[in-house]
Design a protein around this ligand. Sequence first.
Ligand SMILES: *[C@@H]1O[C@H](CO)[C@@H](O)[C@H](O)[C@H]1NC(C)=O
Ligand SMILES: *[C@@H]1O[C@H](CO)[C@@H](O)[C@H](O)[C@H]1NC(C)=O
Ligand SMILES: *[C@@H]1O[C@H](CO)[C@@H](O)[C@H](O)[C@H]1NC(C)=O
Ligand SMILES: *[C@@H]1O[C@H](CO)[C@@H](O)[C@H](O)[C@H]1NC(C)=O
Ligand SMILES: *[C@@H]1O[C@H](CO)[C@@H](O)[C@H](O)[C@H]1NC(C)=O
Ligand SMILES: *[C@@H]1O[C@H](CO)[C@@H](O)[C@H](O)[C@H]1NC(C)=O
Length: 440
Amino acid sequence: TPLLFGSVFTVSLSLCLPLRVPPVRIQPEQVHLSYPGSDPKSIVVTWTTFNKTDSVVEYGLCGGKLFESVAEGSSTLFVDGGKEKRKLYIHRVTLTGLKPGFTYVYHCGSSTGWSDLFAFKAVREDTDWSPRFAAFGDMGNENPQSLGRLQKETQLGMYDAILHIGDFAYDMHEPNHTIKTSFKQATQSTSNYYPRTICPGSHAVSFNFSNYRNRFSMPGDTQGLWYSWNIGPAHIISFSTEVYFYLKFGQDLIFRQYEWLKRDLEEANKPENRRLRPWIITMGHRPMYCSNNDHDDCTSVLSYVRVGRLDTTPPAPGLENLFYQYGVDLELWAHEHTYERLWPVNNTKVFNGSKDQPYVNPKAPVHITTGSAGCREKHDSFIPKPKEWSAFRNSDYGYLRMQILNSTHLHLEQVSDDQDGKVIDDTWLIKDKHGAAAWL
Ligand SMILES: *[C@@H]1O[C@H](CO)[C@@H](O)[C@H](O)[C@H]1NC(C)=O
Ligand SMILES: *[C@@H]1O[C@H](CO)[C@@H](O)[C@H](O)[C@H]1NC(C)=O
Ligand SMILES: *[C@@H]1O[C@H](CO)[C@@H](O)[C@H](O)[C@H]1NC(C)=O
Ligand SMILES: *[C@@H]1O[C@H](CO)[C@@H](O)[C@H](O)[C@H]1NC(C)=O
Ligand SMILES: *[C@@H]1O[C@H](CO)[C@@H](O)[C@H](O)[C@H]1NC(C)=O
Ligand SMILES: *[C@@H]1O[C@H](CO)[C@@H](O)[C@H](O)[C@H]1NC(C)=O
């Protein structure tokens, strides 16, 4: 009878209560996707649990049988450097043999707990298509102004990849920080739909970048400090500007990264490679140039990132000349919580394509800083009179849309979140020739 059931239930419940079982946290959190690098038919699903579980992804083609395929991976224990020494299990499962251009539906976890259902589109393998990106930096857990708009646009299928140009969690250095929420924001918000690539930011420095290195799954063998990947007609290079500032974590990193960049650019510049992927685009957190008034590195005419450090032994090389020599087309930056577009520039001199059409066959790389997606440090300000290389500045919260149309045309649009999604800067970069020969 119902009464009997009720009383049995009450008895067993009261017996259980005093035991105070510690919470077992087996639900997948912070699910995000990334490209493993060389194989476009693969994608890596990464997530976190707070207790150990299996690592499984069940997936299938959209419109087909749900969870038709199963892939298994493994987890690694990550102990955070904060006071609480929190233990997290970071799960990684690689899906292979995906059909390029097809959409898949997946969930991840284990028999003890599954994530929500997400979807992603497997990237096309060929180079003859027009990938679309959202690019931004400095979006945190508090005050993430652009987040709602970006979430909706990713769900609408507007992008093929997200370029997060550093800084996603602003509380990692706090005594008992709760980066869980920041990571959640940084990952689950947009990148369980589209692969995200992220480069190390200044706020990732806590505990020797260990959260950054261990909780994402960026390509290459440096846990995301530097790596490159190909998408459509582009070769994208992500690197760490932080190696120039945190010498305590290894001055050798500047040199190792420089040598790697040189080798990577050399390879990307081989005629057979550059013909297939004419666009070389870099992303690094701290810009070489900016006209902000906050005394950051980029406000100095001899920025470390641009010209290197003369105060180390031996002196450490900067990156401007390297990128110039290998004909890098576009350099994306963040860190300044503003937007700034530069005329084509090298060594502080403007190299317009022509006076009327500066971005048609420019004679030097083009720099864009888009670091105002929204974080708890709010906006930065500008100096009143910028140098002649500064073409356009704006301090609205927002982000950059980039589409690489084909081998000659690349479209850039800065979106203002403050102005309800209005495009406040619209630029076409047009190049009949790529590589250093284009500068002549
Ligand atoms: C789950 O994780 C918590 C926090 O690390 C820990 O206290 C608890 O013992 C774990 N439980 C099991 C069953 O592993
Ligand atoms: C750290 O945690 C304690 C206890 O939960 C809390 O009282 C304190 O405010 C926290 N400190 C910071 C800096 O968040
Ligand atoms: C920082 O981490 C790197 C990579 O794990 C390691 O090689 C280096 O020794 C660490 N440096 C310090 C100062 O802990
Ligand atoms: C480009 O800039 C670098 C400094 O970053 C300078 O050494 C080099 O000579 C410049 N190249 C040209 C052609 O102006
Ligand atoms: C570059 O082009 C822009 C736009 O036409 C122009 O305003 C600027 O003066 C040019 N700079 C130089 C140095 O020619
Ligand atoms: C690239 O696209 C633009 C804009 O549609 C077009 O004008 C141009 O001819 C295209 N370039 C090539 C090489 O197809």
